[in-house]
Design a protein around this ligand. Structure first.
Ligand SMILES: C[S@@+](CC[C@H](N)C(=O)[O-])C[C@H]1O[C@@H](n2cnc3c(N)ncnc32)[C@H](O)[C@@H]1O
Length: 257
């Protein structure tokens, strides 16, 4: 795991609306304030930065292909119900908007601690499938999913918290269901040389932060492939698979059942 700092998000400087902390993770009210600022800066999904949109559309289409494969292999159609999917930490819901464009018949549930973030996606998803809050207590206790995904969500969790979340999600999978984790914070190289370079960079960030020149928010952690796989194994998943998307971001994914 390697510490991750953020100065801007969606081209918004974080210090323009909050006091970034170099040591403490962003709290829910930080995200709330951020999304409030974002909705003042952008008036629709189409206005968001093009490279971000392109990346998220690629993720959504990839997830839709996974869901299609699951529909073919699961018995959901025979039970006369659509595939049920859950996205935890859906943020603005742009991945979900594009996922539903590909597969409008899927019963997609979303959750997000920030109510403001959901302003645009609300129009696309029935209110009973929108769950506001952090963690799983926001879900009806009897709801099981054929597919659960986390897209760019694990970064703010320590390893034991990530394992715990994966453990809690496991019994939420229906029979034959799969959990998918798409990394937005993949550590490509956790060798000694790269660790030294990162330590120097973070020391420079600290200097800039505490001298008030460029303030960065402690955002979370980057994880290596081994750390991702160790987490999903420890959480009790089986038939674990992983890979990289074939676009230029080469997003790391892993899944298990
Ligand atoms: C980087 S965004 C990813 C959003 C979206 N999944 C995507 O791929 O675009 C991470 C999201 O996790 C949400 N989040 C923060 N703490 C959370 C928690 N404890 N449980 C669930 N989501 C949380 C944040 O509000 C934020 O919207």
């Amino acid at each position: 795991m390697r510490r991750l700092y953020q100065e801007n998000w969606f081209e918004i400087t974080l210090s323009s609306f909050a006091e970034p902390s170099f040591f403490h993770l962003a709290e829910p009210d930080f995200y709330e304030q951020f999304y409030a600022k974002l909705f003042r800066a952008y008036d629709s999904w189409d206005a968001l930065p093009q490279s971000w949109r392109t990346h998220k559309i690629i993720l959504a289409r990839w997830l839709a292909r996974q869901a299609e494969e699951m529909t073919a292999s699961l018995l959901v159609n025979h039970e006369n119900r659509p595939l049920r999917v859950f996205s935890l930490g859906s943020g603005l819901g742009f991945v979900e908007y594009n996922f539903l464009k590909e597969l409008p018949g899927v019963e997609l549930h979303i959750s997000e601690p920030s109510t403001i973030a959901m302003d645009w996606i609300r129009a696309c998803i029935p209110p009973e499938r929108i769950h506001i809050g952090a963690g799983l207590s926001v879900l009806p206790h009897d709801l099981r999913f054929d597919m659960i995904y986390l897209s760019g969500v694990d970064y703010f969790l320590r390893q034991h918290e990530f394992v715990q979340l994966l453990k809690e999600l496991h019994p939420r999978l229906a029979q034959g269901g799969r959990l998918i984790c798409l990394s937005g914070s993949f550590l490509e190289d956790d060798g000694l040389l790269s660790a030294c370079a990162a330590a120097c960079k973070n020391a420079l960030y600290a200097l800039l932060h505490f001298s008030g020149i460029r303030k960065r928010q402690f955002w979370g952690w980057l994880r290596s492939r081994e750390e991702y796989l160790a987490a999903v194994r420890e959480a009790g998943y089986e038939d674990i698979r992983d890979g990289r998307l074939e676009d230029e971001t080469r997003t790391f994914w892993m899944s298990g059942e």
